[in-house]
Design a protein around this ligand. Structure first.
Ligand SMILES: Nc1ncnc2c1ncn2[C@@H]1O[C@H](COP(=O)(O)OP(=O)(O)OP(=O)(O)O)[C@@H](O)[C@H]1O
Length: 216
């Protein structure tokens, strides 16, 4: 039987006019899980719930046994996020960001970070503010490779990637899962990406979410 990495117990949230209704899910460790739904369905909100961002959330979400709302700081080490948000020091290059952030991660692997930057053709000497949206996604991926969170939440990562790199990127996701036993949640509109790499899919519709296995 697979080990559960994310356990959702009746987690629900009300945001003004929008609501995520309670549901129970157990996400097994070491798989790629798609998060699928139309624009505004609540994909980003569900990922943010997993980061413990909403104190008013009802129910519980546990990642690796930790209640995410009560353990926000510890959760940051367990859970990485790749999104369109620019959360790094943009006036600094990748070397500068490594100096600032690496002390916060006890698993930080500088060699892996630089190997992945080179693999993704990102110079460690370029300031992050000069990165395109796609390059910024690649950068966040290199950052995640350096500290290998147990869970990586990806919010529409492929939307701004060119088709050739998108292909490589999906392969990299599969390598991450295989090499690091990472669990990846991939929110996307692109059915094609999910049919290529996802083992499970969480569907969100009308505030309700449920998970199904993708059978080959
Ligand atoms: N802080 C907030 N306060 C009120 N409503 C919010 C807040 N954040 C998000 N919402 C609403 O929650 C709903 C879900 O938004 P969310 O961004 O999670 O959807 P999504 O599935 O990720 O959409 P997209 O595919 O367009 O990125 C939307 O109707 C949005 O307007």
């Amino acid at each position: 039987m697979d080990e559960t990495i994310i356990k959702i117990e009746n987690a629900a949230l009300k945001l003004k006019k929008f609501m995520i209704k309670p549901a129970n899910l157990e996400i097994p460790k070491g798989y790629i899980v798609g998060v699928q739904g139309e624009n505004g369905a609540g994909k980003t909100t569900l990922l943010h719930m997993m980061l413990g961002m909403y104190d008013k959330m009802k129910g519980k979400i546990y990642i690796d046994g930790l209640d995410v709302v009560k353990n926000k700081t510890k959760v940051k080490e367990l859970v990485g996020i790749v999104s369109q948000d620019r959360i790094f020091y943009l006036s600094q290059d990748a070397n500068g960001n490594e100096k600032i952030y690496s002390p916060f991660y006890k698993n930080w692997d500088s060699e892996e970070y630089h190997r992945m930057l080179a693999h993704l053709e990102l110079s460690p000497r370029r300031r992050l503010c000069s990165f395109s949206t796609g390059e910024m996604i690649k950068y966040q991926f290199a950052f995640a490779a350096a500290y290998r969170p147990k869970v990586l939440l990806m919010d529409e990562p492929t939307a701004n990637l060119d088709p050739v790199f998108r292909d490589d990127f999906l392969k990299l996701l599969q390598e991450f899962v295989a090499e690091y036993e990472m669990t990846i949640l991939l929110a996307t509109h692109l059915d094609e990406d999910l049919s290529r790499v996802a083992d499970y899919v969480i569907d969100i519709k009308n505030g309700e979410y449920s998970m199904r296995e993708i059978l080959e």
